[in-house]
Design a binder for this molecule. Sequence first.
Ligand SMILES: Nc1ncnc2c1ncn2[C@@H]1O[C@H](COP(=O)(O)OP(=O)(O)OP(=O)(O)O)[C@@H](O)[C@H]1O
Ligand SMILES: [Mg+2]
Length: 279
Amino acid sequence: MTDDILLSAQNLSVRFGGVLAVNNVGFEVRRGEVFTLIGPNGAGKTTVFNLISRIYTPTAGTIAYAGPNGMLPLTDQPPHKVAGLGIARTFQNIELFEHASVLHNLLIGRHTRRETGLWADMLFTRRVRDAEVRAREKAEEIIDFLDLQHYRDTLVAGLPYGVRKVVELARALCTEPRLLLLDEPSSGLNVEETDDMAFWIQDIQHELGITVLMVEHDMSLVSKVSDRVLAMNQGEVVAMGTPREVQSHPGVIEAYLGTIDDVSNLRRPAGSAPARMAR
Ligand SMILES: Nc1ncnc2c1ncn2[C@@H]1O[C@H](COP(=O)(O)OP(=O)(O)OP(=O)(O)O)[C@@H](O)[C@H]1O
Ligand SMILES: [Mg+2]
């Protein structure tokens, strides 16, 4: 295993009753890249995220993650330790505290990586005070980074959907992840908001140096930001490669459209509306 691998999934399978949601899936995410999972509805993409987050335990296979002392079997870690290892995620359905302000949501998110213990917290020691100051600084930094100043003190319940998606991204960034999992960052966004999301993802990769593992349906966004793409269908890997290689792979076209005769639907002429694969 080489040093540039941040996460390695090997022979992963998970079964829910009669459904083999993920079947012998393997891939490696390299440090600093944007690696994207695509595939039709029910392909198993979110389930892969839930395996990495330790919400599910695989029926077979392993996930290894580059910790400070080499590769660490993630599957041995309890779910509450995952954030502390530098893995953060956003959800397909936004998960925020509706009746708290944007700033408070970011501070709550930050608490997943707290390093102080209960006694230290109760006594409000110097270390706790320093951690609190650092958390506030980080939250303000991310608010600036994602242009959320205008909404800083607004309750999440009062925010438009597009802004909530950015707040969820901000909440995940406040934990200072090394690996950021984004489950459908463009879902529910209009074309303009999706373009903005592409810029945020590129800035996260290039300015913050964070590795991104993303699930996404919007192929224009996928092509714009992804270094490599893995296509899944019915729990299995269909193809892996550059966005262009994967989009033109016959197995991928067939998975989305049922027939390779419809290939032209996937290739959009320059200047036309973004191609959105069938959902
Ligand atoms: N907790 C669960 N219990 C039973 N079945 C599940 C569970 N989680 C996922 N599945 C099933 O596993 C399969 C894969 O689901 P998953 O949510 O991973 O798909 P997906 O690729 O994320 O799809 P979408 O694009 O619609 O979000 C589906 O058949 C789904 O019904
Ligand atoms: Mg999903």
